[in-house]
Design a protein around this ligand. Structure first.
Ligand SMILES: C[C@@](CO)(OP(=O)(O)O)[C@H](O)COP(=O)(O)OP(=O)(O)OC[C@H]1O[C@@H](n2ccc(N)nc2=O)[C@H](O)[C@@H]1O
Ligand SMILES: Nc1ncnc2c1ncn2[C@@H]1O[C@H](COP(=O)(O)OP(=O)(O)O)[C@@H](O)[C@H]1O
Length: 291
């Protein structure tokens, strides 16, 4: 195999996110449910014989040593592989949105190079490597929606009812590190069990990072109110700034209604992006690593 084309890197939503405490190294102990959605980046891979790792930005320019290159380098070093790769990236997921775009790109690189370089690493080994690149990376190595604990490395699969979400990313981007360092951040939410969540997945819990994000930018609150006015609910994902609403027949906004998405998009303030997204039952590359 010399090339892989149109390999997806899906974004995620945190259906809720609780901060339970803080470790001695400053990382926070979380509970969350992560769900992959069909707002995705697309990557292309061509193997190189000379061992070099190169990235080509087809859309917006990414940081020089971005997570794709760091993931490729980490796998090359850990496996002792002599192949290199050209990675082309069509970036569609907004950055600094709490949608995990960079982490998902890194995970897709690990899954694709595992194939392209014939490494046959199992998922758990890729996850151990991925965790060193970012707390979200293990989730994006599949297989799908997950109940997440620890700092993001303890994953248990969770079956979710099919759902649509309207996701809005205001103009502002928020750095994860600043949100976790904010004085408004409460770190003492009580631990829940997965059954509590499963009793009512659409309304369970809250996002404990939301107050800090709103304090850093008015736009996060504005995006929440924009969604509340149309769907009757809203919640921030991850450390923001993107906010989403569950879209269902129950709140009178059935996603299937023709023309609805176009109307909502037309109403978005200038500089904001949005999309009607489907929660995915499986990561699109869930079969690419063995368990
Ligand atoms: C909190 C989440 C929830 O999804 O936020 P988003 O990034 O998605 O918004 C993620 O777990 C983030 O994952 P990721 O973005 O990969 O975080 P990292 O690069 O590992 O960490 C960035 C910084 O966030 C803080 N951090 C991150 C994760 C965590 N459990 N506790 C922390 O305190 C640390 O200050 C760290 O230096
Ligand atoms: N491949 C990548 N795509 C997007 N951002 C990246 C990538 N690699 C590194 N980054 C850096 O990570 C930061 C956070 O990006 P991202 O993962 O999209 O956001 P979030 O953690 O809020 O979901 C960006 O501002 C950017 O500097």
């Amino acid at each position: 195999m010399r090339a892989l084309y149109d390999v997806p890197a899906p974004a995620k939503l945190n259906l809720f996110l609780h901060v339970l405490g803080r470790r001695d190294d400053g990382y926070h102990l979380l509970q969350s449910v992560f769900v992959p959605i069909d707002w995705m980046d697309t990557l292309h891979f061509e193997r190189r014989d000379d061992g070099q790792l190169r990235r080509h930005d087809l859309t917006e320019p990414l940081p020089a040593d971005d997570l794709c290159l760091r993931a490729a380098r980490a796998l090359q070093e850990a496996s002792g592989c002599r192949w290199g790769v050209d990675i082309s990236i069509d970036k569609q997921v907004p950055s600094g949105a709490g949608m995990g775009g960079g982490s998902s790109d890194a995970a897709t690189v690990l899954l694709a190079l595992n194939r392209l370089w014939g490494l046959h690493w199992p998922r758990a080994r890729l996850q151990a490597l991925g965790q060193r690149l970012g707390a979200d990376v293990p989730f994006f190595l599949g297989p799908g929606p997950a109940w997440v604990e620890g700092i993001g490395e303890r994953l248990s699969p969770v079956a979710l009812p099919a759902a649509d979400y309207f996701v809005v990313k205001p103009a502002v981007s928020l750095p994860t590190r600043e949100i976790f360092a904010h004085p408004l951040l409460a770190r003492d939410t009580r631990a829940a069990i997965v059954e509590d969540f499963l009793a009512d997945p659409a309304t369970f819990g809250k996002n404990d990072l939301q107050a800090a994000a709103r304090a850093l930018s008015d736009e996060v609150g504005q995006a929440g109110r924009w969604l509340e006015a149309r769907f009757g609910n809203s919640r921030m994902t991850g450390s923001g700034s993107a906010v989403f609403a569950v879209v269902s027949a129950r709140n009178g906004a059935a996603a299937a209604a023709p023309g609805k998405e176009a109307r909502w998009l037309k109403e978005l303030p200038a500089g904001w992006v949005g999309r009607l997204c489907r929660g995915l039952e499986q990561h699109p590359l869930s079969g690419w690593a063995s368990d």
